[in-house]
Each structure stands twice: as C-alpha cells, then as structure tokens.
Design a protein around this ligand. Structure first.
Ligand code: F0G
Length: 487
C-alpha cells in the first residue's frame, strides 16, 4: 500500500493547505496578553526578545532549537533509558541507529551542537589555518576563531540575494573553493564545513550534487569534509522535492549518500531528531581516535557525552522518524505557506521559502531606519508589540563591534520567525501573517533602537536597548484604535 504523503494531498475544490499527518495529544496552554502589557514587557526586556519572559509571549518563534514537538514513540522510549555511567544500553541503541542511518561506525556524544564545534575546532584548527564554509553559523565561527583560525564564506553570490527562485541558495561556489585551496595551500585548510539548511541566510539548502562536487575537490586535495547536519531534515526534504535527479531516492538513501560524501558529520540534536543533545559521527577509526580524547574532558564519558540518557533515547527514535517524508515535510510546507502568503501581498521576505522559519527582510520592511539603529532588532520589538509573537533578530545586533568600537553592519537585516516542527497550527500561522500585514501597513510608525547596556561579547543575548523616540507608544495606540478591544 502506498502511503499518501502530506505534501501530495490535493484538495478537490482547490486552495489546498498543508495537511498534517499527525494529531495533537498533549497541549500546553498559551496566553495572549493585551498590547499595553506587551509594551511594558518589551521595556522590561530592554527591547531584546531574548530577555522576554514566556508568560508574556503568545507564539514563541524565537528558535526551533530544543522546542520541536516530540512524538509518542519518543516519549515512550524515554521511559526505557539505561542510565549506567559507562556502557549504557541507551548509548548502544543510539550508536546503532546512527550506524544504520549514516553508515558511520563511530559516534561521539556531546551535549549540543556547539560542543561538537568546540571539539572539532580544537582538534583540527591551528593558528593560521582557514575553514571554508558555504556560510558561517555564529557558534561554528566562534570556535574556529578561538582556536586561531579564520572562516571563509564561499556561498555562491546568488545565495545572498533576498528574492530569488533558486532552489539551492545554500550551495558552495566550487570555483571559489578551488581558488582558495590554490592560493592558501591544502595544508592550510583545517577542514571544509558544509552546513545543511544554511541557517543565517534563511534556512536555505544545498543540492546533493553540490555536496558531491565539494567532496570530490576535498578528496583530491586531501582535505577533510565536515557536514553540519543540524538542519539536515529540511535540507533532505528540499533535495527530495527540488533536485530532479533525487526524486526517486528515498530520504534514507539521500541521507546515506550525503554521509558517504563527508568525512565527519556533527549535529545539534536540539534540531535534528527533535530532542536535546548532539554528537559527532565518522567512519574513520583514525579520526575517531583523534577526537575521542576530548569528549571526557569537556562533555562526559563516551557513552553519554553530557546528554541525559532519556534524551538519547528520544534522539534515536527522532532520527529514525526523520527518515519519513511526512515528518520532514511539515516544517518546510508550513514555512512555504507563510512565506508565499506574505510575498503575494508584497511583504518583503526571503524567497524561495527555506527551512527553519519565515525570514522578514527588515532592510526593506523598515527602509527608513538606518543600520546603526538596528532595523531587524526594531522589527523584532515591533512584531512582539503588535502580536505577542517572539522572533529573533538576525542582523547588525547579532554582530560584534570592531576592536576600535565601530559597528560591523551585517549583509542582511532579518527577523527570523522560526516554526518549530509540529508545534503550531495553521490558524496560529494565519494569526502571525495577519499581524505582520498590519505591521507592514503601519511600518512608518516603527522607529529605531539604541543601546543602553551593551556587553562586549554576545551583545544580542544580554544587551538592553531603548526606542529612539516614543514610537512604541504611538504604535500601541494605533493598534488599539484599529483592533478595538481585541488583544
Ligand atoms: N549549527 C547550526 C546550523 C545551528 O543552527 C546551530 C544552532 C548550531 C550548529 C549549534 O547547535 O545550539 O545545539 O549548540 N542553532 C540555534 C538556532 C541556536 O536558534 O538557530 P546548539
């Protein structure tokens, strides 16, 4: 019997919507506080969405990290965890699942994705070496830099175009990779890192063919290829549905092919596998032995690596479920729905829709706000004020100042509205779309932000800002006038 896939259910009378292939069996109550309270909450949080309290938030679209919905089978598996410090049966189950899926003999557990990055950078990055990437992720870059290396982003130029119909904006430019190796010498390349579902450019995928070409170049030059598989689920879905040559492959076959092309795979299991944890996988005994000794130093013994055994059981089941097209299509289909609806009415969003979430282009949305007043940060604050939806700034606020104090203006100013998998309903997505449209119509009321407390490191996590004028009071008043006593 052929099982009908979520993405292929057609509606007879047209106008179909993505149809869920799961039902909800556990719920968490949400509250939507009035705009006046949201204004106060924003002030208390210093206009930084990281500092908001959950009680004031209606839809939490900050991230998909550690907050994807878990399945009944994941929860059931958590009850059978074996918490032996060493030699736990839980570890063996996870290791076997990873062997089955990636074909990698060795698995080194770590407490989350950045812990893997710390360890890989300590082992392979030396002063003066370079790590070419399709694009950086904040934590992956920090670890390379902390170990004396530099990062080179070799994304194809088209990957940075906000509006596009290119299916694989996350592709690495292989010509740029070849020239970099020629100029710097293969021995100066610590490893090449390919990030699935490229986070900071809007959850954009790379093609399997691109990974194949990058892998060939790496193998020819004796350079390690490291795959960051944190956002693999989305990337798998896009390869399956957008790459013509892969349409007859199963998700499991695509995964296995990607793994065979890579020397090391690491992942944040806060994303991949819908639980909390991480790990490093390799088929090479030699690489395994080089990496292994740092696991007990930073993470924990080799059979848990800082993770709770319950989470490890959930990851094993979650990875297995990731091989199901119905499971991995839910995020991309909901995101596509949101992006297409906004795009059609002229709200500036990153296109085509990627994984992870819907990304609003604050540079265009708020084109009257200079980058020195953080348009993406201002949009995040305004969005929360008018909706109770919490997103994450991905722009200049997330950069760090130069040593001389000058600002580093980001390439893109984005507000990321993450859609954790299987968490929100389509009516909640509709609500977010409605409030975004209203905000777009009233965008001229939104002003910029200035720092009042600016930490030197990771200012986007802890920094506090204030509006440059009374624009938030004005916006709240307009909201009240237009929505009456609705929240
Ligand atoms: N790699 C990618 C592509 C990521 O998106 C993340 C985390 C990490 C590595 C680090 O993993 O959080 O488990 O240490 N991204 C989160 C986000 C934080 O919100 O996008 P971690």
């Amino acid at each position: 019997m052929e099982v009908v896939k979520m993405s292929r259910v057609k509606f007879y009378y047209g106008g179909g919507v993505p149809l869920e292939m799961h039902k909800v069996r556990i719920v968490q109550k949400l509250s939507l506080v009035p705009v006046e309270r949201r204004l106060e909450a924003l002030k208390e949080a210093g206009n930084n969405t990281f500092l908001l309290k959950n009680k004031d938030i209606y839809l939490d679209m900050l991230t998909d990290s550690g907050v994807n919905a878990m399945s009944d089978n994941q929860l059931a598996a958590m009850m059978q965890a074996d918490d032996s410090y060493a030699g736990s049966a839980t570890f063996t189950r996870l290791e076997n699942k990873i062997r089955e899926i990636f074909g990698t003999e060795y698995f080194l557990p770590a407490h989350q994705g950045r812990a893997c990055e710390n360890i890989l950078s300590q082992v392979f990055v030396r002063h003066g070496t370079v790590v070419p990437m399709n694009y950086h992720f904040t934590t992956s870059k920090s670890h390379v830099v902390l170990n004396g290396g530099t990062v080179e982003e070799l994304i194809r130029d088209e990957g940075l175009e906000i509006r596009s119909s290119l299916p694989f904006k996350g592709n690495m430019d292989t010509d740029k990779l070849k020239s970099l190796i020629r100029e710097r010498g293969a021995d100066k390349v610590a490893f090449v890192r390919m990030e699935a579902g490229t986070n900071l450019i809007g959850g954009q995928p790379f093609a399997l063919q691109n990974l194949r070409e990058v892998s060939q170049i790496c193998r020819k030059n004796g350079i390690l290829l490291v795959l960051d598989a944190s956002l693999l689920a989305d990337n798998l879905y896009f390869i399956k549905t957008r790459e013509a040559s892969c349409k007859d492959m199963t998700v499991a076959q695509i995964t296995r092919t990607m793994a065979d092309l890579s020397d090391i795979i690491y992942f944040s299991a806060r994303k991949l596998g819908c639980a909390r944890g991480g790990g490093i996988c390799t088929a090479s005994r030699e690489l395994y032995e080089r990496i292994r000794e740092l696991i007990p130093v930073y993470e924990g013994f080799l059979t848990y690596g800082g993770m709770s055994v319950r989470e490890m059981e959930a990851i094993a089941v979650g990875l297995d479920e990731t091989m199901d097209e119905d499971m991995i299509s839910q995020g991309p289909l909901f995101i596509e729905y949101m992006v297409d609806r906004l795009d059609k009415v002229g709200v500036p969003v990153i296109t085509p829709a990627g994984g992870l979430g819907c990304h609003l282009n604050a540079m265009e949305f708020l084109d009257h706000i200079p980058q020195s007043q953080y348009p993406a940060g201002a949009l995040a604050a305004a969005m929360f004020l008018v909706s109770g939806v919490r997103g994450m700034e991905r722009g200049t606020l997330s950069e760090q100042r130069e040593p001389d104090g000058s600002e580093v203006f980001s390439n893109m100013e984005l507000l990321r509205l993450a859609l954790p998998r299987r968490v929100f309903t389509l009516s909640q997505v509709e609500y977010a779309i409605d409030r975004i449209r209203w905000l777009y119509e009233n965008r001229k009321l939104v002003g910029g932000l200035n720092f009042v407390e600016e930490p030197k490191m990771l200012r986007f996590f802890f920094g506090k800002l204030e509006p440059v004028s009374d624009w938030q009071q004005v916006l709240a008043k307009k909201f009240r006038a237009d929505f009456g006593d609705s929240l």
